[in-house]
Design a protein around this ligand. Structure first.
Ligand code: NDP
Ligand code: MG
Length: 332
């Protein structure tokens, strides 16, 4: 196995960003973290955030003078898009493309709009990605604690000849080189990110928990017990896996549980499940999933909203809300 090269603090030169005006577009989960970390790294940052919502209020409270996307892009040498993926095309066409400086840097935290050709940047721009592998609130908190969330960086267009060094510098500015930076491509980041969230992290996990819970409840067991077994304990098990892999989990669980793991796991994730995983990956690679999602957004999100409502009305959510309200030690 060839080990991928990791890059750390001494591989990145923050001075490449000094004197540049960096516009962070959006002050949501990632936006607030990038803007504050870059500023605390001594860089010149401006924030674009539409008025009216909580993120606008938060930007003001944090000491920014938020302006419109068009205005921020006009002033910027570097434009970092931290808006929802599904609206980036429209904002690119209306507010970014007409206003962006020649030879500026255009950057992303996720490859979706470049990989699926929603945004086609002009050839004078450096086009790069700096994707923290963690939620924005952790990107901020870890930076404040002197740590950093690992990042992926990629270069799609290298007009200046310095795009990669610029990407590493930005990663350093948000704390990423403290955790370690890995090189990728827009295609690899986008495809693996979508696959991971659909198959394992969100889609697969939620259905596994739902199905386990519903099987126990339908068989007459108490919902509270089913909740603890099928949902609450997931975190305890995942923490062990996170800390020391499956071997640490297996060390901690009973031999009975470990025997059950070996005989039953493959009855649940069967060859047909693995075949379906390949089809999911094919739909991601072909752009079918992306097209469906963009179409869903154009037509008012009927499926999305219905599925969200159905999940929120499930018994597991109600039982869970009641039990968690008594667990004062769970962080808000
Ligand atoms: P959020 O939803 O947290 O924030 C989106 C921001 O965009 C908010 O400031 C929001 O303002 C603004 N916004 C939303 N709609 C519009 C609009 N129509 N016009 C103008 N502004 C708008 O997004 P994230 O931070 O989660 O995601 C940003 C990018 O980062 C995405 O590319 C995502 O894939 C990527 N990413 C996200 C990660 C995460 O953990 N969340 C992890 C890694 C990458 P308002 O409050 O007014 O709606
Ligand atoms: Mg992801």
């Amino acid at each position: 196995m060839v080990e991928a090269k990791m890059y750390y603090e001494s591989d990145a030169d923050l001075s490449l960003l000094q004197g540049k005006t960096i516009a962070v577009l959006g002050y949501g989960s990632q936006g607030h973290a990038h803007a504050l970390n870059l500023k605390d790294s001594g860089l010149n940052v401006i924030v674009a955030q539409r008025p009216g919502g909580n993120n606008y209020k938060k930007a003001i409270e944090d000491g920014w003078k938020p302006i419109s996307v068009a205005e921020a892009v006009k002033q910027a040498d570097w434009v970092h898009i931290l808006l929802p993926d599904e609206i980036q095309k429209k904002v690119w066409q209306e507010d970014i493309k007409p206003n962006i400086k020649k030879s500026a840097v255009l950057s992303f935290a996720h490859g979706f709009n470049i990989r699926f050709k929603q945004i086609i940047p002009t050839p004078d721009l450096d086009v790069i990605m700096i994707a923290p592998k963690g939620p924005g609130h952790l990107v901020r908190r870890q930076y404040e604690e002197g740590k950093g969330v690992p990042c992926l960086v990629a270069v799609e267009q290298n007009a200046s000849g310095k795009a990669k060094d610029l990407a590493f510098a930005y990663a350093k500015g948000i704390g990423g080189t403290r955790g370690g930076v890995l090189e990728t491509t827009f295609a690899e980041e986008t495809e693996t990110d979508l696959f991971g969230e659909q198959v394992v992290l969100c889609g697969g996990l939620v259905e596994l928990i739902n199905s386990g819970f519903e099987t126990l409840v339908a068989a007459g067991y108490q919902p509270e017990i089913a909740y603890f077994e099928c949902l609450h304990e997931v975190k305890l098990i995942v923490d062990l896996i996170f800390e020391g892999g499956f071997s640490k989990m297996n060390y901690s669980i009973s031999d009975t549980a470990e025997y059950g793991e070996y005989v039953t796991g493959k009855r649940i994730i069967t060859d047909s499940t693995r075949e379906e995983m390949k089809k999911v990956l094919a739909d991601i690679q072909s752009g079918k999933f992306a097209n469906n999602w963009l179409e869903e957004n154009k037509t008012g999100r009927a499926f999305f909203n219905k599925a969200k409502k159905e999940q929120s009305e499930k018994m597991i959510e109600k039982v869970g809300a009641r039990l968690r309200s008594k667990m004062s030690w769970i962080k808000k």
